[in-house]
Every structure is written in structure tokens, then in C-alpha cells.
Design a protein around this ligand. Structure first.
Ligand SMILES: [Zn+2]
Length: 388
């Protein structure tokens, strides 16, 4: 079985990789339990300055990655808080302290964050390497990307009992990275989108664009929300090191990341708005999103993700990571649906998000496990909101 890793070194999946899949499965399941739609609680953004404390990260001729990452992170958070409404910024560290790698995503997961941004500084043997690149979770497409991920993952070696904590994951062994080829990552499109927006902003600030990249970063793998890792420049390049340590440089990088977040948020918010205004039930628009579990006998709106002539076992792996899937059997077809909403607009909003992983998903109305005509259901709800 080919792994698809393109560095030519790995061609088979060994027992170790399979073991790792099971070990990390808990993270995947956790990911899929996070609701995909954006509700009204506002945005929570976790900013993760790489390294810290006893882990300096990459070294320049006069500075260390950990300090640059922290300065840029704090500035980014400041811009976001000052300029984006309805947002909470949480940092994985605000001082020069050592934070274990697994605690970083854990902070984001526990606070049910909407975005996770890890800020780093690159290093290369070639002193003339320069520019910015932003990564999202995926299989490295080339050796260089794999090298960057390996270097960043190596920080776990500074942790006590890292072998136990990370279940034998060896950041230096290419074999450890096989597991990333076998997992389907639910937020891939969102991550890629945010990474692209960050790179676009860097370019606008005259920073060399080394493009959006993907690789197996543990810190991204363990998050249960869209997450990216941005390499803001090369500390090993004398000019870039100066730039990365300057007020002007840090301002430019932080404002790039802030603007990208702003664009990302505006886009998602406006998409939700479109899906609401598209439907005719404007009376229900002001209702907050309702995802209360209704009795199966109640009329409710659901999102159909797929249909099949044969029965599919219900588990997240078979449904691109979606955990809550129900089966309806209608006219010799199995229909698989997710989400339960008492009003149409909330279901339409949810569909818009599901669309990113199931482009053909659509809203249906269900009563007593039977599909009822959608328009009829919307009218009924309008007439008698309290009854249904
Ligand atoms: Zn780093």
C-alpha cells in the first residue's frame, strides 16, 4: 500500500504507523465533535507563540525564535482585539515560559476556540534563504516541508516522558509521519483558506511569498478547529533577522496576520448572512441558532450529506469526520443526515458550513423519520412556531 509520501523513502504502512493511527484517533474523534457552524457566541482566537523558556527555537546571530514569536504574537493579538468586534484572544503563553507542545492545542480545544494560529520563525542552512510560508495540517509534499515539520515537532524531545506522552511518536523518524497520510482532516479547506489569506497579506507588505504549504505538525494535528502555523521569516538570514527583530518588521507581520483573520471572519460571517437572506422565512432569522434535540416525532430541519443504495456503517470515518449522523430509509435509498434544527435559517447556516466538506449537502425537513416537502415545512413553522 503506497503512502503517497513523495520523498521516496516511504512506501509501506508498517505496524508502528497503524498503532499511531489508533493512538491519535482520540484527537480525531474530538475534532469531529466540535460543531461546524458558527454560532452567536463570538469568535475565539488562540494565538500560539512557538517555543519559550528552556526552548529557544531557531537561533540567529543575535536573537532567538522564541522572543520574536512572542513579540509578534502579542502584537497580533492586540491588533485583533482592537479592530475586530466580538472576538476573544487567548494566548498559549504571554511570557518567556516553556509550554509543552500538547498543552498548546489543549488550551484551544478546552476554550472551544474557532481559530488557532501558531507563530514561528524559520531557519535554514543556506544563509540566503528568506521569505514567509504558512502551513496547514497535511501530508508533506516534499522533503523540505517535512524537514520544517520535523524541526518544529522536535521540541517534544525537551519534555519529560515525551515518549509516553506522545505514544512513541518520534519527531525525527519519517515513519512517524505516515499516520498523517491516513487521516482525513475535517477543517482542511478552512485551514488552507486562512493560510492563503495570511500569505496574501504578507505579499501586500512586500514580504517574499514562499506560499502556502502543508506538513504534519503535531501542534496543528491535535487542534479541533481550523489551525495554521506561520513561519514569519528566516532568523538565519542576516537581513531577515534584523527585520524580524525590528518594530517595523514585527508591526508588518502582526498586521498581516490580523488582516487575514479579519478577512476570514468577515467572509464566514457574510456567508452565514447570505444563507439566511436566501430563504423566505425572514421571521425566523432573528431566532438564535437552535440545535436542541427534538423528539423524532417533531418537525425539524436537517442537512442531508449523502445518499446510498447500500447501508453505510455510521462512524465519523465514513462521514468525513462528522460524528452526529442519522440514517433515514426512503424509497429504497439510505439517506444520511446531520444537525437538528427547529428553524430553517439555522439549518441553512449549518448547511453552508457543511458544504465545505460535502459540496452537495442540502436542507431537508423531517417528521416521524419521514422527509416532508421543505416549503410546506417552512410554512408550517411560520404559522405555528410554538406547536412544532
Ligand atoms: Zn518554531
Amino acid at each position: 500500500m503506497s503512502t503517497g509520501i513523495n520523498n521516496g523513502k516511504l512506501h509501506t504502512i508498517n505496524i508502528y504507523a497503524v498503532k499511531m493511527i489508533f493512538i491519535f484517533a482520540s484527537f480525531i474523534v474530538f475534532s469531529s465533535s466540535t460543531p461546524l457552524y458558527k454560532n452567536n457566541k463570538g469568535w475565539i482566537i488562540v494565538i500560539d507563540p512557538g517555543h519559550g523558556g528552556k526552548d529557544p527555537g531557531a537561533l540567529g546571530s543575535f536573537s532567538q525564535e522564541k522572543n520574536i514569536a512572542l513579540a509578534i504574537a502579542l502584537k497580533t493579538g492586540e491588533y485583533i482585539e482592537q479592530n475586530i468586534k466580538n472576538v476573544t484572544v487567548i494566548y498559549t503563553r504571554k511570557t518567556d515560559t516553556f509550554v509543552e507542545l500538547r498543552d498548546r492545542p489543549e488550551i484551544a480545544n478546552k476554550s472551544k476556540a474557532d481559530l488557532f494560529i501558531s507563530i514561528h520563525v524559520n531557519a535554514a542552512l543556506a544563509k540566503n534563504a528568506y521569505g514567509t510560508e504558512t502551513y496547514f495540517m497535511g501530508l508533506a509534499k516534499n522533503q523540505r516541508n517535512l524537514d520544517v515539520a520535523m524541526k518544529e515537532n522536535e521540541v517534544i524531545l525537551l519534555e519529560k516522558d515525551h515518549s509516553t506522552k506522545y505514544e512513541g511518536f518520534d519527531p525525527k523518524s519519517p515513519e512517524s509521519y505516515i499516520m498523517f497520510s491516513l487521516t482525513q482532516y475535517i477543517y482542511r479547506e478552512q485551514c488552507k483558506d486562512l493560510a492563503t489569506k495570511i500569505q496574501t497579506q504578507y505579499k501586500g507588505n512586500k514580504r517574499e511569498d514562499r506560499d502556502v504549504q502543508q506538513a504534519g505538525f503535531l501542534v496543528l494535528y491535535m487542534t479541533s478547529m481550523p489551525s495554521v502555523l506561520t513561519e514569519t521569516g528566516f532568523i538565519t538570514n542576516p537581513d531577515e533577522e534584523k527585520f524580524l527583530n525590528s518594530k517595523d518588521g514585527q508591526d508588518k507581520i502582526a498586521s498581516s496576520i490580523f488582516k487575514a483573520c479579519n478577512d476570514y471572519i468577515n467572509e464566514i460571517d457574510s456567508k452565514s448572512g447570505i444563507s439566511v437572506s436566501e430563504n423566505q422565512s425572514s421571521e425566523t432569522v432573528s431566532d438564535s441558532i437552535t440545535n436542541e434535540i427534538s423528539n423524532s416525532g417533531d418537525l425539524m430541519f436537517r442537512v442531508q450529506v449523502t445518499t446510498s443504495a447500500t447501508k453505510t456503517e455510521i462512524n465519523p470515518e465514513n462521514f468525513k469526520g462528522i460524528k452526529e449522523i442519522d440514517e433515514l430509509f426512503v424509497l429504497d435509498r439510505y439517506k444520511y443526515v446531520t444537525g437538528r434544527f427547529t428553524n430553517y435559517s439555522a439549518a441553512a447556516k449549518y448547511r453552508k458550513t457543511i458544504e465545505k466538506i460535502y459540496p452537495d449537502a442540502f436542507v431537508i425537513a423531517v417528521k416521524d423519520n419521514k422527509i416532508v416537502p421543505l416549503q410546506e415545512a417552512i410554512e408550517k413553522k411560520k404559522k405555528n412556531k410554538s406547536k412544532y
